[in-house]
Design a protein around this ligand. Structure first.
Ligand SMILES: O=C(O)CCC(=O)C(=O)O
Length: 351
């Protein structure tokens, strides 16, 4: 297992930023302002370029297996791309999370009954990723993921605004591959058109990075990824609530009793640069965004990605001006379809 992704490198150049801030007024609580990004952490360079290549190759191979019907029934889903923004393929491991009531009338949530929720266990390389996340202190040993969902976005696919189900514990995290893109956060995210959304805060997700979600960033703010400019893969790792684990679930022996590796002594600590932008709070951006996030940085110097153009009331993707007014774009069941559905009857056999 360790050979798939080496354990060495806990101290290698990477920035850990966790001072994201965007204040939004709460309707409840007398209009008190709340930092809806509290609890988010961005860890960069968690996976090296070579490791990213291996992970992408593994995902594409799994997609090929899914298309050929070689994975369990609910593991691979590929909706019909009938309009811009719709068509993101997903591969689920560890459990079947049902986004919408399905044909068997299973309600949304983790399907506990294996007869209806048959998915494959985490493949070895994805288990090795989880192991690294814990050993390298990206995730705490108290919340080791036992499931994941792989999102495969073709150009123009998106994931609409949502809050991840409470069937999964916090923190959870998402790793990014193939193309850098923005993820939007906000208490309210506006739908501007097919695959186009606007939100108050935008965080750029570098290749090989891992964004950790907990606190308000996971539970108060919604998040979404607007239509991507080119093919992109993300892998979201989550630990199931023990009360929701599918019957007969077998824990991965390689993910038991993991302990974080000790950090090497750092020769230098530099202030982190801002990674999130806050459109309507330029003064806050100066005060907080440019300040010191916690940083783990060894000898080489890392350049922070450029500031994102902020997104309040602005079009995030696609051509053409800000518009402002929403156009009809229904966040219907085919945005988060019941899983295990592939187009064109691609399923030929079953493992
Ligand atoms: O693709 C991403 O980075 C976000 C994925 C996500 O929000 C999810 O899997 O729930």
């Amino acid at each position: 297992m360790a050979a798939l992704l080496g354990d060495e490198g806990v101290g290698r150049v990477r920035v850990r930023k966790k001072d994201f801030c965007h204040m939004e007024k709460q309707a409840a609580g007398g209009g008190r302002a709340l930092n809806v990004l509290q609890g988010l952490e961005l860890h960069t360079a968690v996976f090296s370029p070579d490791e990213q290549k291996a992970i992408v190759a593994c995902v594409l191979d799994l997609q090929d297996q899914g298309r050929r019907g070689l994975l369990k029934e609910r593991t691979y889903s590929e909706p019909r791309k009938w309009m811009r923004g719709k068509g993101r393929a997903t591969i689920q491991f560890g459990c079947c999370y049902n986004y919408a009531t399905d044909k068997a009338r299973n309600p949304p949530g983790i399907i506990r009954d294996a007869a209806h929720g048959a998915v494959d266990p985490l493949p070895p390389l994805l288990s090795a990723m989880v192991r690294r996340l814990v050993l390298w202190r990206v995730l705490p040993p108290s919340c080791v993921p036992d499931s994941c969902i792989v999102n495969i976005y073709d150009k123009d696919d998106c994931i609409p605004p949502h809050v991840d189900s409470r069937d999964f514990l916090r923190p959870f995290c998402t790793a990014s591959f193939l193309a850098e893109c923005a993820i939007l956060f906000g208490k309210e995210l506006r739908v501007l058109g097919p695959g186009e959304f606007a939100g108050a805060a935008s965080i750029s997700l570098p290749l090989g990075s891992v964004l950790v979600l907990k606190g308000n960033g996971a539970d108060v703010a919604k998040h979404c990824v607007p239509a991507v400019p080119e093919k992109r893969i993300s892998i979201t790792f989550r630990k199931m609530d023990p009360a929701k684990v599918p019957f007969g679930f077998r824990p991965d022996p390689l993910l038991q009793k993991l302990a974080p590796l000790p950090l090497p002594t750092l020769p230098e600590v530099r202030p982190a640069m801002a990674l999130a932008s806050v459109a309507d709070h330029p003064q806050r951006q100066q005060k907080n965004g440019g300040g010191a996030g916690e940083q783990i940085q060894s000898t080489a110097q890392q350049q922070a990605p450029p500031l994102n153009p902020a997104a309040a009331g602005q079009r995030i993707t696609g051509g053409g001006g800000g518009g402002g007014g929403s156009v009809p774009f229904c966040l219907s069941a085919d945005e988060f379809p019941a899983l295990g559905a592939s187009p064109a009857g691609g399923r030929r056999g079953r493992r």
